[in-house]
Design a protein around this ligand. Structure first.
Ligand code: ATP
Ligand code: MG
Length: 259
């Protein structure tokens, strides 16, 4: 039992969710490694939603609302960490949830679907009757009425190769990835450099607000968006945090000498 007073309570509780996901057969063991990498980057961005991530979350909400056929991709980490929040977002923007695993087994797909259904999800896609071109067979499998046909795909924690292949199919890809240097982050149409735990509720909050707007106003929200700038600002935030960590350890004279 982790005491609430522990300074890293939230982070440790998140870790517990992933471990529970692995124990229940929802999350793959590789998911533990992905979470660890995410945690390291979350530390560097200050474990908070930055201004630029808020902006990307708003743009993501607008793109999902404007989409003709939006789909939300669900993997084992996402199902373990934010199942309720994902179901809520799926209902708000009218986007089905498609279980899509990098390390796919039918057993794990079934377990994730049962888990989501038990929490109230109704709109779930699960077929694997189409292939994303350019990827090796197992990793290419998608639902012909879901990701394959979608114009906008939200892929929280996606792999770089698949992100690229989805873009090559002409889709708008919204990625949530704490690592601004990953291939996924670098190639997505909109990259949300934030922890999925914070990102999904934020996107839902923006979707609720933006739902009231006319299409023209929604288009205004996304018009000026520049993903390279989002990545630049995320890296700048990390630099700023590293500099202030370093400054706390060194005296000013020492820093001046090194510069
Ligand atoms: P890429 O294939 O895009 O180059 P990668 O191989 O470094 O990335 P993967 O294991 O394919 O990484 O994907 C996991 C990604 O998900 C990592 O970049 C990690 O930072 C990110 N990640 C892990 N947990 C979270 C989380 N809770 N919230 C947001 N991002 C996360
Ligand atoms: Mg990868």
């Amino acid at each position: 039992m982790i005491p609430k007073s522990h300074p890293r309570y939230d982070s440790l509780m998140t870790r517990e969710l992933i471990v529970k996901g692995v124990r229940n057969g929802i999350t793959g063991t590789q998911g533990l490694i992905a979470q660890g990498r995410g945690e390291a980057f979350d530390y560097l961005i200050g474990e908070k939603t930055t201004e630029s991530a808020f902006r990307a979350e708003k743009v993501a909400a607008a793109k999902l609302l404007l989409a003709r056929k939006p789909v939300i991709s669900v993997n084992g980490n996402v199902a373990a960490l934010v199942p309720y929040e994902l179901i809520r977002l799926s209902e708000l923007v009218n986007a089905p949830l498609e279980v899509n695993l990098f390390h796919r087994t039918e057993e794990r797909v079934n377990k994730i679907i049962a888990h989501l259904r038990s929490l109230g999800a109704k709109n779930i896609l699960r077929r694997s009757d189409a292939l994303i071109p350019g990827l090796e067979h197992e990793r290419a499998k998608v639902d012909s009425h879901g990701i394959f046909a979608a114009d906008v795909v939200l892929v929280p924690l996606e792999d770089g190769d698949r992100c690229k292949a989805l873009l090559e199919m002409g889709k708008t890809v919204i990625a949530i990835d704490l690592n601004p240097l990953s291939r996924t982050a670098q190639c997505a149409t909109v990259t949300i450099v934030d922890n999925i735990i914070r990102a999904i509720p934020n996107i839902s909050k923006f979707a609720e607000e933006l739902k009231e707007l006319e299409q023209e106003q929604l288009l205004d929200t996304i018009r000026e968006y520049d993903n390279k700038q989002t990545l630049f600002l995320a890296i700048e935030e990390i630099n700023k945090n590293l500099n202030s960590f370093a400054a706390r350890l060194c005296c000013v004279k020492d820093l001046e000498y090194r510069i």
